[in-house]
Design a protein around this ligand. Structure first.
Ligand code: SF4
Length: 244
């Protein structure tokens, strides 16, 4: 069975999450705000996000089956984030394909890439080198949480490396740049894809396989107090009972 890039992200949050999902528990279901931010970043044109947003509200309510009044209330609370999404330079995200399905038996990986940016040839050259535009393809992932002070979160970097390998396998081109769209903060962060992160992605792939084969994840419970899954995970009570 192929390991999804999503599983790599779960493992990097906590290996127990891979186990829980494999046992049929849904981990981190997106709330309404995250669902809306993600939809706006991927599917809305900048003009739709300025002024009257009735078309966007209708689309969101229809696609995600959320009552229109709930959509309006959430949008009202996210005006700053929405105006930042509308002002992202188009060059960084267009032209592109969205939600690109990728899989490779050889790599043992699969995933749905949020956005595959295909920079215009004119952006290659010196300016392109500065912007990462010498790449024919740039994997871009949308994140609805907060951005780090600089660069991208480690988990995002390693997942981008996984997508880069999948793209290289499918299209036969070198992919050396990736980017993360931290849409809540309106931050676009571009990074070089490093060999180290490719190795880490494959290392995590192998750990995920072991968990699926029945190995219990090795977790120590340090992050359990702030974990949303604590209610259904049960690891803390196991840890305490082992100590008694
Ligand atoms: S409660 Fe602890 S062990 Fe369970 S998923 Fe969360 S961080 Fe991991």
């Amino acid at each position: 069975m192929l390991v999804r890039i999503h599983d790599i992200g779960l493992y990097l949050r906590c290996p127990m999450l891979v186990y829980l999902e494999f046992m049929g528990r849904e981990c981190f279901r997106a709330d309404i705000e995250r669902t809306i931010l993600r939809h706006l970043a991927l599917y809305s044109a900048p003009d739709d996000l300025r002024g009257d947003m009735s078309k966007v509200v209708r689309d969101l309510a229809t696609v995600h089956r959320i009552p229109e009044e709930d959509v309006v209330r959430s949008i009202d609370g996210m005006r700053d984030s929405i105006s930042r999404i509308a002002s992202v330079p188009r060059d960084l995200i267009k032209p592109c394909d969205i939600e690109v399905e990728l899989r490779s038996e050889r790599l043992g990986l699969s995933g749905i890439l949020d956005r595959l940016v295909r920079p215009e040839p004119r952006r290659r050259g010196l300016l392109g080198m500065l912007l990462g535009g010498e790449d024919k393809m740039i994997p871009s992932i949308v994140r609805t949480g907060r951005s780090p002070g600089e660069g991208v979160w480690r988990r995002d970097r390693i997942q981008l490396a996984g997508y880069a390998m999948l793209l290289e396998e499918r299209f036969g081109v070198e992919v050396s740049t990736g980017q993360v769209e931290y849409v809540r903060d309106g931050e676009m962060r571009r990074i070089r894809i490093r060999s180290l992160d490719r190795s880490r992605a494959l290392w995590v792939r192998d750990r995920v396989r072991e968990i699926r084969d029945g190995e219990m994840p090795d977790v120590r419970g340090e992050r359990c107090d702030s974990c949303e899954m604590a209610g259904i995970c049960g690891i803390k009570s196991c840890t305490i009972s082992r100590m008694l």
